[in-house]
Design a protein around this ligand. Sequence first.
Ligand code: B12
Ligand code: SF4
Length: 473
Amino acid sequence: MNRRLLLAYPPYKLYQTVPPLGLGYLASYVRENQEDTDARIIDYNVEGSLSSFYSRNLSKDLEPFDIIGIGFMTPMETEAIHLARVAKGMGKSVLFGGPHASALPEEMLSTRLVDAVVRGEGERTLVELCKIWTEDGFGDLSEVDGVSYIDDGSVKHNPDRSFIEDLDSIPFPARDLLKLDAYLVKYPGLVFSEPTVNIIGSRGCPNRCIFCASCVIWRRKTRFISPENIIEELESVINDFLIKHFNFNDDTFTLRTDNVIRMCEMMIDKGLDVKWACSTRVTSADKEMFEMMKESGCTRIGLGIESANPLVLRNMKKGITVEKASQAVRLAKEAGLEVVSYFLVGNPGENRKSVKDNIDFILKHELDSFPGVVEPLPGTELYEIAKERGWLRDFEWSQLLKAEDRTVVRTEELSHKDVETLTIVSKIVLNRARRGLTVGVGSLLHHLSHRPELAGRILFETFNYYANPDKWT
Ligand code: B12
Ligand code: SF4
């Protein structure tokens, strides 16, 4: 029987966004493996503003479909539930997937708006669900690995779905179902100012950083797409969409140096003439690889450093050292790559001294980085630690990562307000140092007006920093 599947991505208030690749993969996999199912995608991030989502006639969007599959991250929970409520009200079958629902299947099912939560990798599970769908809804869910559902009033969690071993066997994401142009109009200049496509070369990360939720979906197993397959995907994007700028969205793109070097060689040999960027860990920094990357068109690399304090790095189980981070920045810069790095404030062990270490590191290495607050995402070790130690404020999941510099987690030495204040002061100080006095003062005024309740603290800490930076500990 013919089924109509809508994969929907709720809106999220972020200054920039990119197409949801996960939904693109699901759609292409269904298209290839379940011919009687017509899959479509709506990303509400490019369909209007966050507020217009609530006034929009969603029933009109959902009407043509039988199954509504909603993928989302934690800050989008409220909007995902709103969409599910409209869909259920119309008698549709509703599925939740993605990192938030995978971490909290019971909570999601307790809304009674969802037929099943698809945990982890979704392609094969979704195809099986489409197979058992009839006009009466999903049939027997008990045999479908990777789903949680309610049976006879109680929640059932079927065994985890095994991973697709050969990632090359998954068709390229259905970019034809995504309004690629809309992202470029609404969110220009995400990585490059030219039209850019996001792409991945691997799934999963083997590391154990306590704040990271990648493991919720990928369970710390890493699989790689072959360099040949990546090149084929790049060529297909160049041919189909005339786009030659790419941003690799992998957790740790350079985990396999040999794969990266092979991919770069092919890019050069084929004269692809692309520009690209990626993110990785400082532990996989390699001179030869960085040089090849540069030669093949890579202009920018993101490094997850997170902290320049040894104790905080140890506590967050980052598995890197400050020295290694310095070396990676140096190697990347020597190869001619622009370095973007990420720093977090509020992991266990954080105090004034460790925040100052971050500022010193960023200044010493002339990085254009601004620390952000860490948030306890569901399914992470940080959430468990913070809960056990009583470090969490009362909060709703949908609040997380919604507003800049707001956190619900404290540390041994820093209160919630301290974590927020020190993050803001880091930004002011770094703006002043890297971009000049006017920008520094502008940054101070901006934060004072946005956080009037923290104004006294911000002024006090900023004054203290400049009075004697070396004693700001
Ligand atoms: C690239 C990326 C981004 C990009 C692009 C996001 C996008 N629109 O796709 C950018 C930089 C914009 C981004 C932003 C954010 N991100 Co992000 N992001 C990632 C990253 C590194 C890769 C995502 C990806 O493409 N994966 C590849 C595809 C194949 O996997 P997938 O999307 O998970 O989809 C699969 C399954 O989840 C499942 N599935 C997903 N949806 C559905 C729906 C249905 C119906 C079904 C059946 C299955 C299903 O099947 C898919 C195929 O197997 C992940 C980490 C990771 N490794 O997954 C973090 C991650 C998803 N991001 C995260 C977060 C927190 C954010 C932000 C909230 C951060 C912030 N400061 O605001 C924002 C949210 C913005 C937004 N609305 O998009 C967290 C999410 C945790 C959580 N509990 O929500 C992750 C896990 C990072 C982490 N290490 O903790 N992100
Ligand atoms: S290295 Fe990156 S992706 Fe891997 S666990 Fe740590 S933060 Fe997550």
